[in-house]
Ligand binder design. Structure first.
Ligand SMILES: *Cc1c(COP(=O)(O)O)cnc(C)c1O
Length: 427
């Protein structure tokens, strides 16, 4: 092994997972153990004081889960990562060190439906709030920033429309406001989009989707670029810059530098919120990531073929896939996601709401499920399911209309996918 930075295809198999130091096992063992024996009382004390990094208890750290966090961190080009039980857990974990009652974030209107609900209903209970803005409107984002803003949040490739967010522009606004840009990179994966190279400070993932890749386990991950200077904005981020009573007055930013946010995520976030990923789940996701680039190339190719076919069909209205030249996001996709615009998009059916319902019912190969990023092709009528909790106004802003279905294109042969779509579209 050399110190030369390795390529993505190598990292997705090797990063974070040297042969097991205890047994030489080449694949990462599933460390199905709640607790880890201390060498002696002094070792235990050093671990509890954060003077030494090691394993105490699996709510905080576990070797299998750490291997996954380290691999995702390497793929994103970050300095540290924390895995948790779901993508939604990752969002709360990402914000927890930054927020306090009375603080707000600014988020895109074009988000996963569950995220809009979390940022509205859950935030209210925490005393946090969220201002939703059109993420393409630089002036609107700027205008929404106030003295209580602590982060800007968006998706790189948005759910459900597959729109591409102008990350360099949003990062510029965040930078000017002195707050981190948090990017949900679930739909893009680090293979298609590299938010840290476009100015994001933090990336969150639902590992449930493409990273695991076959719809087996839920999980999430928070990755830090290590580039946001918490000390330069000390008054805004007291959890990271002020003395922490639970650790003898230790200041995370001063003690851990670029690793402050990650250490806080583990030593405070996981310790207190308990949104822990289990080692069995981490194992499945580690297996999935080994083939991430191969799968994403095929997802993109299949999405392109299916989107082109749909766009040419007279029964179909708008197809929002950013890989199509007709998309207003085509040029941006080429710039920010040069390997492809992902594999989710929405399709408007000329047969309207009722047409969408019968379309979904007639499909045989496409599964009607509330998921995306599976090896199987999936369909959902967002307006009656994932975005059901949203008001009509929120639905519209999220890119969800009653006559629209969302497709997540899988890894099957596109001839079979197109045949299924063709019969389901009916007359
Ligand atoms: C699924 C999803 C989430 C939520 O993740 P869970 O693992 O289901 O909690 C968040 N953001 C996006 C873009 C998603 O697709």
């Amino acid at each position: 092994m050399t110190d030369k930075p390795q390529q993505f295809d190598t990292l997705q198999i090797h990063a974070g997972t040297p042969p097991d130091p205890a047994t030489g096992a080449r694949q990462v063992p599933i460390y199905q153990s709640t607790a880890f024996v201390f060498k002696d009382a002094d070792h235990a004390a050093r671990l509890f004081n954060l003077q030494e990094v090691g394993y105490i208890y699996s709510r905080l750290t576990n070797p299998t889960v750490m291997a996954l966090a380290n691999r995702i961190t390497a793929l994103e080009g970050g300095v540290g990562g924390v895995c948790c039980s779901s993508g939604h857990a990752a969002q709360i974990m990402a914000l927890y060190p930054l927020m306090e009652p009375g603080r707000n974030i600014i988020a895109s209107t074009r988000l996963y439906g569950g995220t809009v609900t979390q940022f509205t209903a859950v935030f209210r209970k925490f005393g946090w709030s969220c201002k939703f803005v059109d993420i393409d409107d630089e002036a609107a984002i700027r205008a929404a920033v106030d003295e209580n803003t602590r982060a800007i949040f968006c998706e790189a490739i948005t759910n459900p429309g597959g729109h591409i967010t102008d990350l360099p522009m949003v990062a510029r606004v965040a930078n000017g406001a002195g707050v981190p840009l948090i990017v949900d990179n679930t739909s893009a994966t680090p293979y298609l989009c590299r938010p840290f190279e476009h100015g994001a400070s933090i990336v969150v993932h639902s590992t449930t989707k493409y990273l695991t890749g076959n719809g087996t386990v839920t999980g999430g991950c928070v990755v830090d670029s290590g580039k946001f200077d918490w000390s330069a904005h000390a008054a805004k981020f007291p959890s990271l810059t002020e003395p922490e009573p639970a650790y003898h007055g230790l200041r995370f930013a001063e003690t851990f530098g670029p690793m402050a946010y990650t250490f806080h995520g583990i030593a405070v976030g996981l310790r207190d919120l308990g949104m822990t990923m289990n080692p069995q789940g981490a194992h499945y996701t580690l297996l999935g990531i080994e083939t991430l680039s191969l799968r994403m190339d095929r997802h993109v190719r299949n999405a392109m073929t299916v989107a082109r076919w749909l766009e040419a069909d007279p029964r179909v209205g708008e197809v929002t896939y950013a890989g199509l030249e007709s998309s207003p996001y085509f040029a941006r996709a080429a710039r920010l996601c040069p390997k492809g615009a992902g594999a989710i998009f929405t399709v408007q059916l000329k047969s309207g709401y009722e047409g969408c319902v019968s379309f979904v019912n007639r499909l045989k190969l496409f599964s009607h499920v509330a998921n995306l990023g599976d090896s199987r092709s999936l369909v959902i009528h967002s307006a009656s399911t994932t975005h059901r909790q949203l008001t009509e106004e929120q639905q519209r802003k999220a890119g969800v209309a009653p006559d629209t279905v969302r497709l997540s294109i899988g890894l099957e042969d596109t001839r079979d996918l197109i045949a299924d779509l063709d019969q389901a579209l009916g007359e």
